[in-house]
Design a protein around this ligand. Structure first.
Ligand SMILES: Cc1ncc(COP(=O)(O)O)c(C=O)c1O
Ligand SMILES: N[C@@H](CCOP(=O)(O)O)C(=O)O
Length: 415
């Protein structure tokens, strides 16, 4: 395993805490899979499904050979993440208009979001390099996940969170896990810039998705989906787009599965952004040469409040490789889709529901045919942002699927 710069192709050992090449490009992990026997490995992955308490019971470390084969098991910090539910909710099928719909509930991860798939690998990599101080810039989910794994590893976490437009619940979850929470006036993008410039001098191991080990962990999401579906993926995979780590990891995982012969066809991918934070979508539809950052991203889906997604080049490569598409949806569309996800019994936070809103819009505009099959990745838990829930159902936020609380005198005739 080595790190390779995606811009100048310079190679470096994977035993480094520097995730940006001298030329400014992001690094990615390159494995040597030439000695892998895919059929035998499939068998091993199936056997590990029945494990309960070894690291291989994790839905990430089950695939260790494809993620971080060199890691000594004593460095693995795991909460048995992954192994999340794959559902086929009729309500969402009807709402989006597609005939076959799957949703993958990464919200069922231990800290409540998809970040755990990546964080277990980043923290384990950091530990193997001798780090015990971990850091991130975050809108709240990365920080909750990092705080949880750092605590589990007996280390310390330093998390930089924007003062405004993020969910209080996520900050509290982070704090409660014991993190050092540093609030600042700015956005996720400013925090990333700060860590890029200062993490090394502060002795901090950076756990954001600029760290290629995060991406290695997150690609297990598509491995797990493929294994559950007996290595046959739906026609479309739909992911939300903020910093674009989901999109990047999905691209890398699909590439692995296809080149190793685990799947014989690549699905198409749709990335859904929020209208108020959609620089990647704008770049794709306007065929711009480079991403033009959005200086003041603003969406109710606070996890998507990212104006300068670091991984845009990796995500673009994935869109090209899968003949993918991008779309932006409004806050109202996101909140109505979220209400439908919640009322289907699965539940998710606003950023995740962007996938359902996006799928619905792509079907309405005939980009996706309703006869095709699709899978939406639901990235975060519905209790991650109760302020937005309150505002939608009991406050002033417009929408179509509000529920009300009835007052009662506990008289049976009132039910
Ligand atoms: C719940 C949730 N959904 C979606 C996203 C956006 O995903 P990505 O940054 O990988 O594009 C985030 C934040 O990254 C998130 O926390
Ligand atoms: N929504 C994210 C922001 C992106 O973070 P990264 O870990 O992909 O760099 C968060 O939860 O902080």
């Amino acid at each position: 395993m080595k790190f390779v710069c995606i811009d100048c192709q310079k190679e470096m050992p994977a035993s480094t805490n520097t995730f940006t090449c001298k030329c400014g490009g992001l690094l990615e992990v390159v494995h040597d899979f030439s000695r892998i026997d895919s059929e035998q490995l499939k068998h091993v992955f199936t056997q590990r499904l029945s494990l309960r308490t070894t690291p291989f019971a994790s839905g990430v470390w089950r695939y260790k050979e494809l993620i971080f084969p060199e890691l000594e098991d004593r460095f693995i910090t795991t909460k048995y993440e992954g192994n999340t539910g794959l559902y086929t909710p009729v309500k969402l099928q009807e709402y989006t208009g597609i005939q076959q719909l799957y949703v993958k509930a990464q919200s069922e991860n231990p800290s409540g979001s998809f970040k755990d798939n990546g964080m277990t690998v980043a923290v384990s990599h950091g530990r193997s390099l001798g780090f015990s101080r971990f850091a991130c810039s975050s809108t709240g989910n990365t920080s909750s996940s990092l705080a949880m794994y750092a605590a589990l590893a007996g280390g310390e976490s330093y998390v930089y969170v924007p003062q405004n437009r993020i969910s209080q619940n996520k900050v509290l979850q982070t704090l409660a896990y014991g993190a050092n929470v540093i609030r600042f006036d700015g956005t996720y993008d400013d925090g990333i810039r700060f860590l890029r410039d200062h993490a090394e001098e502060l002795g901090l191991y950076v756990c954001n998705s600029v760290n290629p080990m995060r991406i290695e962990g997150q690609k297990s999401i598509i491995y797990e989906i493929a294994q559950t579906l007996e290595w046959k993926l739906p026609d479309w995979i739909v992911v939300p787009g903020g910093a674009l780590s989901n999109a990047t990891a999905l691209g890398k995982g699909l590439h692995d599965l296809y080149t190793l012969g685990f799947i014989d066809k690549l699905p198409r991918v749709a990335i859904v952004q929020a209208v108020g934070a959609s620089p990647f979508h704008r770049m794709v539809v306007q065929k711009l040469d480079a991403l033009e950052p959005e200086l003041s991203p603003q969406t109710v889906a606070s996890a998507l409040n990212i104006g300068n997604p670091p991984s845009w080049k990796k995500a673009l490569r994935m869109i090209e490789a899968t003949n993918g598409v991008t779309i932006a949806v409004s806050d109202v569309e996101i909140l109505d889709a979220k209400a439908m996800v919640d009322q289907s019994g699965i539940g998710c936070e606003p950023a995740s529901a962007a996938t359902i809103a996006g799928l619905r819009a792509l079907i309405e505009s005939n980009v996706i045919d309703k006869e095709e099959s699709a899978l939406c990745i639901l990235t975060g838990n519905m209790l991650k942002d109760t302020d937005t829930l309150y505002q939608y159902h009991l406050g002033e936020t417009p929408g179509r699927f509000q529920r009300t609380i009835q007052n009662s005198t506990l008289n049976p005739s009132s039910t």
